[in-house]
Design a protein around this ligand. Structure first.
Ligand code: 1PZ
Length: 215
């Protein structure tokens, strides 16, 4: 049995960050959004070195966003909504092909946003699966139903190989460090609506501004 490391942080706080990022006006605050992602990366790193090619890419994207959120124009990067209108109005987004603005906030967040859809499907699968279900099968199914469509063949192969290293459902629920399996399942039930909400608001915003396919 793969026990959670003593003093390891709990996935409960990580998922709570996604709850904290939606304001009353239904804006998405980038601060807690990125905090949630930093926690997910930490959790992923704890699962083993085989996942490091995944976490490295996530870290790169988080760092790009951190430099905007802490930079000169930080006011414009307070929320997803302000970021989109700022970058679009200044022509800071390469829509068709990456060229003069290869690392816009809009394209960077879109990658994380697509990964958030995977996370939602994966956690939902984990929550509702039978006790003896295979985590790697749940992970592969969620991946194929979401992120895989945006990845080239080599990345898809590497991802599916890495998924085989995932522990059983019970062990996975345990490393989440939320308590027993029942508690972990209950926490997921509480947290998932917020992740779905963040995903839905972002998706709608991106659709409105024709950003869902930004290069
Ligand atoms: C628990 C198991 C974790 C599985 C994580 C599932 C995601 C698999 C993603 C594998 C691809 C990583 C390699 C990098 C791919 C990049 O090319 C793409 C597109 O970015 P671009 O090249 O356009 O700049 N990057 C992504 O799709 C973002 C991937 C972020 C993955 C974050 C996973 C967080 C895991 C949380 C674990 C609970």
């Amino acid at each position: 049995k793969m026990a959670a490391a003593p003093g390891a942080f709990s996935l409960r706080e990580v998922l709570a960050a996604f709850q904290a990022c939606v304001t009353e006006q239904r804006e998405v605050l980038l601060g807690p959004y990125l905090q949630g992602w930093r926690g997910l990366v930490r959790f992923l790193n704890g699962l083993g070195a085989i996942f490091s090619f995944i976490s490295k890419d996530a870290v790169t994207k988080i760092q790009i966003m951190e430099s905007y959120c802490g930079g000169e124009r930080r006011e414009e990067y307070r929320t997803l909504q302000s970021m989109v209108s700022y970058e679009l109005s200044r022509g800071l987004v390469d829509l068709q092909r990456r060229s003069s603005h290869p690392d816009s906030g809009c394209r960077t967040i879109l990658r994380l946003h697509r990964a958030l859809r995977w996370l939602q499907l994966f956690l939902e699968g984990l929550r509702t699966a039978r006790q003896d279900a295979s985590t790697s099968a749940i992970c592969t199914d969620s991946y194929n139903a979401s992120l895989a469509a945006y990845h080239p063949w080599v990345v898809r192969k590497a991802a599916v190989v890495a998924f085989c290293a995932l522990p059983s459902r019970d062990a996975f629920l345990e490393v989440m460090n939320v308590g027993g399996p029942e508690e972990a399942v209950e926490m997921l039930g509480d947290a998932l609506p917020h992740i779905r909400d963040v995903y839905g608001i972002t998706q709608e915003l991106y659709e409105q501004h024709c950003l869902v396919g930004v290069a």
